[in-house]
Design a protein around this ligand. Structure first.
Ligand code: P53
Length: 476
């Protein structure tokens, strides 16, 4: 048997991509609400174009999303039917603190998640909670400049105190920041950062990152104090870099790209700024303002496990022509001639998952948790609404085999696996509904039309069988 007996099989979602109900239950507005679908999305999520409120020209898919706010019981029942052992979801900060800086939390928001967690436990599903999945209250963005301000650490700390105490006994797996390295690649979506013309962007991003890293350490500290049973993880958008050629310069470029992302996990897991980062910052004139006690906090409160998303490996090169082609992507990567790609150009590389797992396990020597993986594809339902998604089954089976090899053949300690978007939801990168990951089809399109009806796809029964066999039977 490759996987632990208590292996946590499941699926993952994020509040803003599935809940909707953006103005219900006393909820406030967040950065993730005001990012529209369409050509302005990339300039907005990367902090180049200002969008601090809704306007009439754009469509904002997160407002209603797939309406899980009202339908979570039906959805969790379906997860239960598949045999999920865990369900990864995120808390919308603005349901708990609508502005972010209030003294008292919003009871209606707290109650919503309490009910939701209880619903999970009815089916023996252990919630795995992302404290912030890209969301930052708009009020904190407008008043304090989001994570560029040190004050955010205190507001985040309040949020953590409230939820750790309230959900004690209901939740024991926590992730502090989803894809914490996203702050470098999509800083408005990742951390609410918008840049003024005279900003030194790198300085702003790394200072904001420092605030998040300190906040993450404080969260870990409080989680352990409130309940020693609590397990806290960091979360990295992972995918190791391959050199485009064996030219040493390409190999070096790959190492540097990896380090740009590892930087965050190095701090969260080893507890200090790595030497290479300190040197790089010094060279680039970046000065991190630290407060007294920050270094000790980071050192004392490292994470219990390493979680990550994996969709693809990456390719690094110093060739200027090849680099030119990567502009406009969230993660710049050259095309790998040995790999096929999804309809959205994401290259499919199951062995890359095994490589990435080994890289992370070698580096941190802590248990791993794969909290996102999957294929975003166009699904075409037949007249009964049924989708025969053999392409998705094939993608997942190949990745599960690679994951099994990492555990069985390489000895990686893996706690669990949650597929991304186990029910179809709004894409973070593009805002589309059309880019689907789910085992459950949701009748809704890019423009917001559709009945929102849920229908099981072919992959639903396949995943159910995978879980029932604890990953032994991957056949279609
Ligand atoms: P979508 C880009 C690259 C890697 C991970 O992405 C990413 C992104 C953002 O697009 O984000 C994670 O929806 C993220 C999820 C997101 C998922 O990947 O663009 O944690 O919120 O939905 C898939 O296909």
């Amino acid at each position: 048997m490759a996987f632990r007996k208590d292996f946590l099989w499941g699926g993952a979602t994020a509040a803003n991509q599935c809940e909707g109900g953006y103005n219900e239950g006393g909820r406030g507005l967040a950065n993730v609400d005001v990012v529209p679908i369409g050509k302005d999305r990339f300039p907005i999520i990367s902090g180049q174009m200002k969008m601090f409120d809704f306007d009439d020209e754009h469509f904002y898919p997160a407002k209603e999303a797939i309406d899980m706010y009202h339908r979570y019981k039906e959805d969790i029942a379906l997860f239960g039917e598949m045999g999920f052992k865990t369900y990864r979801l995120s808390i919308a900060w603005t349901r708990i603190f609508p502005n972010g800086d209030e003294a008292e939390p919003n009871e209606e928001g707290l109650k919503f998640y309490e009910d939701l967690f209880k619903e999970c436990h009815k089916y023996g599903i252990e919630p795995l909670v992302t404290i912030t999945h890209f969301d930052c209250p708009m009020h904190l963005i407008k008043k304090y400049g989001a994570w560029r301000s040190r004050e955010l650490v205190g507001f985040y700390e309040n949020l953590c105190k409230v939820i750790f105490n309230r959900y004690k006994g209901l939740v024991k797996y926590w992730l502090t920041f989803n894809e914490i390295n996203m702050i470098l690649h999509a800083p408005f979506m990742g951390a609410g950062l918008y840049f003024e013309e005279d900003d030194n962007k790198e300085q702003v991003k790394y200072q904001a990152a420092h605030h998040e890293l300190v906040a993450s350490a404080i969260a870990t500290k409080i989680a352990h104090e409130v309940d020693p049973e609590n397990k806290v993880g960091c979360m990295l958008a992972a995918g190791s870099n391959y050199p485009y050629t064996p030219k040493p310069e390409d190999v070096w470029a790959g190492k540097q790209n990896d380090r740009e992302n590892y930087f965050f996990i190095d701090v969260q897991s080893r507890g200090e700024y790595p030497a290479y980062a300190l040197k790089e910052m010094e060279r680039n004139g970046i000065e991190i303002k630290m407060e007294e006690g920050d270094k000790e906090l980071l050192k004392a409160h490292t994470v219990d496990f390493i979680s990550f998303s994996y969709y693809s490996s990456r390719v690094a090169t110093v060739d200027p022509e090849l680099l030119e082609q990567t502009q406009g992507n969230i993660f710049a990567s050259v095309k790998n001639p040995y790999l096929e790609a999804s309809e959205w150009g994401w290259q499919i590389d199951p062995l890359g998952l095994r490589i990435t797992m080994n890289d992370l396990y070698d580096r941190y020597q802590k248990p791993l948790f794969i909290v996102e993986n999957g294929l975003g594809a166009v699904d075409t339902p037949d007249e009964n609404g049924y989708v025969e998604d053999d392409y998705r089954i094939e993608y997942l089976a190949a990745h599960l085999q690679a994951m099994k090899d990492a555990v069985e053949l390489d000895g990686v300690d893996l706690w669990g696996y949650t597929t991304w978007g186990c029910i179809d939801l709004v894409s973070a990168g593009t805002g589309e509904m059309k880019k689907r990951y789910g085992f459950i089809y949701v009748d809704r399109d890019n423009e917001g039309n559709g009945t929102l009806k849920r229908t099981k796809k072919k992959s639903f029964d396949w995943y159910k069988k995978v879980i029932a066999s604890n990953g032994e039977d991957l056949s279609n």
